[in-house]
Design a protein around this ligand. Structure first.
Ligand code: CP
Length: 324
């Protein structure tokens, strides 16, 4: 694997390989092996043009647990605010010896531009681009679902027949898009639930069922209910019901929570708008996988970095081109 830009084109075998390697990484963490020497001498750059808590910190933790050096770059406070281009920023980081660039950008397609530009030779990992994709979020969500479903026997398994309902601001959600493609590849049945104005126009080409009524979706007894963040900052011209109306019709409130089966997973990628798309009772309930998703994010991102960089390292070793 040279880059990880999206789940739409990720094959089933590559996806399962990432999830299986993430299981190995989780094993080392559970045995309190805090650090593996695998990526010693390699440099991972976190290049974040948009805010992040979970993704940036977990990529940093993942790289450090593999003994890589980490450079954190936030656009705020950098020369980007003086107008420096993506090309010049990327080439500056390349000159500092980046082996992998983890990029979050407000423009859909920015990671692909970077990967195909020839500006850098580093592997590129998409950490969220506009409304396009957030592939490592979908991988950590799939990892969480697979573990809940298959437990210790997860390796090699997919999500065949798992019923996953994704609720909320699908229009602006890169998490929803990455999940739809990956879950479909892994054999899950996906239902989207949203106000009509927050459903993308091209959804007819997606491998999903679309509902507008959350209560109907809950009555169908999903295995996982993934609540999306309402992205008020991206709402623009899209019609959004009042927050009160949204919470009443599409929010996971305590009453809806009670109607879910005891083993239905309540998922949320974070950050959460408590009281809007999800109540605190749901977010903090026994069904909630929110913190499990965060913890699994480190194992999944370790797996992605390992597959991008360690494979390349051994290829270099066999061709004798690794000076390090
Ligand atoms: N889920 C997610 O991408 O969270 P952050 O924006 O905090 O990285």
């Amino acid at each position: 694997m040279r880059h990880l830009l999206e789940t739409k084109t990720l094959s089933r075998s590559d996806a399962i390989e990432i999830l299986d390697v993430a299981e190995d990484m989780a094993d080392t963490q559970s045995r309190e092996i805090k650090k593996l020497p695998t990526l010693r001498g390699r440099t991972v750059v976190n290049l974040f043009f948009e805010d992040s808590t979970r993704t940036r910190i977990s990529f940093e933790a993942a790289a450090k647990r593999l003994s890589a050096d980490v450079i954190n770059f936030a656009a705020k406070g950098s020369s980007v605010s003086k107008g420096e281009s993506l090309q010049d920023t990327a080439q500056t980081l390349q000159a500092m010896g980046a082996d992998a660039v983890v990029i979050r950008h407000g423009a859909s397609g920015a990671p692909r531009t970077l990967a195909s530009s020839g500006w850098i030779s580093a592997g590129v990992i998409n950490a969220g681009d506009g409304t396009h994709e957030h592939p490592t979020q979908a991988l950590l969500d799939a990892f969480t679902m697979r573990r809940r479903r298959h437990g210790a026997a997860s390796r090699g398994k997919d999500l065949d027949g798992l019923r996953v309902t994704i609720v909320g601001d699908v229009l602006h959600s890169r998490v929803a898009r990455s999940n739809v493609w990956l879950l479909n590849t892994l054999g899950a049945d996906v239902t989207l639930v949203a106000p009509p104005t927050l459903v993308p126009q091209n959804v007819t080409g997606w491998p999903v069922r679309v509902l507008y009524d959350l209560d109907e979706a809950i009555a169908a007894d999903p295995d996982a209910l993934m609540m999306l963040r309402i992205q008020l900052e991206r709402m623009g011209a899209a019609y959004f019901p009042s927050e009160r109306e949204y919470a009443r019709r599409w929010g996971l409130d305590p009453e809806r929570l009670r109607r879910l089966s005891a083993d239905t997973m309540v998922m949320h990628p974070g950050p959460m708008n408590r009281g809007l798309e999800i109540s605190s009772e749901a977010a903090d309930s026994a069904r909630s996988t929110v913190l499990e998703q965060v913890a699994n994010g480190v194992s999944v991102r370790m797996a992605v970095l390992y597959l991008l960089l360690a494979g390349e390292q051994s290829e270099q070793a066999t061709t004798g081109s690794d000076e390090g």
